[in-house]
Each structure stands twice: as structure tokens, then as C-alpha cells.
Design a protein around this ligand. Structure first.
Ligand code: IDP
Ligand code: MG
Length: 138
């Protein structure tokens, strides 16, 4: 089992000024930050990152949304990081997210849902490498 996950604070949460509160909640939950940076995704980069969803009806809107503003990308470290972080952020649809989860607290809609969290150890490693070089990881 790997101990890293990859996350993004999405454009809705960054532009609404929630980044600081979200990062604090992540640290309070026991994660440490191995890498972090502001990024503005291009259509190509966002489309490639979400390539697995290319055939879904929401794909174009998702790329549009994810390129609409700055995001905060990060690699987080904790034992059981992938599963624990998915629990911390809550369900994809904030209406279904448990009270106190980050999406419950900060997300606006199923699309503008404040956070990304990797769904497997393999994807966490791939997504971390997609965003960060070895020089950016501590
Ligand atoms: P996840 O982020 O909880 O892993 P995924 O199913 O991997 O959810 O979907 C990726 C992202 O696509 C979601 O976080 C959300 O921003 C968007 N998305 C997922 N389902 C829908 C939908 O039904 N309508 C609009 N956007 C969606
Ligand atoms: Mg996913």
C-alpha cells in the first residue's frame, strides 16, 4: 500500500477564498504536504488529466470549469492516504457528502465540487508525476 495521494483545490474553492481553510483541515486530519503549487490548467492538460471521462456527457463542461481559474495542486502523505483522503473530502455530489467533509462544507455543485482526490494508489502515483517533477517534491 502506498502512502501518497494527489489533490487539487478546484477553481470554485480557490476563487471563493476557501484554500486556507481547506489546507488547514487537511493538515488537522493528519496529512503532511510533500509538494504544493498554484497551477492554471490549459484545455489540453485538463483534458488529458480527466481523459478517463472523455466519453461522459459532462466532459467538455468539466474541462471548461477546471480551466476557468487557478487551482492548488498538492501531493499529500499519510498512512492509507488515498482512502482516508476520499473520506475527508466526501462524495462527488456535495448533496450526498457527509456533514463536515470538505465537499459538504465548500462545494457548490456536483461539477464545482471544491476538491479532487485520487481514487487508487496507482492513479495517485500517476497524477503526482503528471503535476510535479522530482525537484518539486520534499
Ligand atoms: P471524483 O472527483 O469524486 O473522483 P469522478 O467520477 O472521478 O468523481 O468525476 C470527476 C469530476 O467530474 C468530479 O469531481 C466532478 O467535478 C465532475 N463530475 C462527475 N460527475 C459529474 C456529473 O454528473 N455532472 C457534472 N460533473 C460531474
Ligand atoms: Mg475520480
Amino acid at each position: 500500500m502506498s502512502n501518497i495521494t494527489f489533490t487539487m483545490i478546484k477553481p470554485d474553492a480557490v476563487s471563493n477564498g476557501h484554500s486556507g481553510k481547506i489546507i488547514d483541515q487537511i493538515i488537522q486530519a493528519g496529512f503532511t504536504i510533500q509538494a504544493m503549487k498554484y497551477v492554471r490548467l490549459s484545455k489540453e492538460t485538463a483534458g488529458s488529466f480527466y481523459g478517463i471521462h472523455r466519453e461522459r456527457p459532462f466532459f467538455n463542461d468539466l474541462v471548461e470549469f477546471m480551466t476557468s481559474g487557478t487551482i492548488v495542486a498538492a501531493i499529500l502523505v499519510k498512512e492509507n492516504a488515498v482512502a482516508d483522503f476520499r473520506n475527508l473530502i466526501g462524495a462527488t455530489d456535495p448533496k450526498k457528502a457527509e456533514p463536515g467533509t470538505i465537499r459538504n462544507l465548500f462545494a457548490k455543485s456536483i461539477e464545482a465540487n471544491a476538491m479532487h482526490g485520487s481514487d487508487s494508489d496507482e492513479n495517485a502515483a500517476n497524477e503526482a508525476n503528471f503535476f510535479f517533477s522530482a525537484f518539486e517534491r520534499f
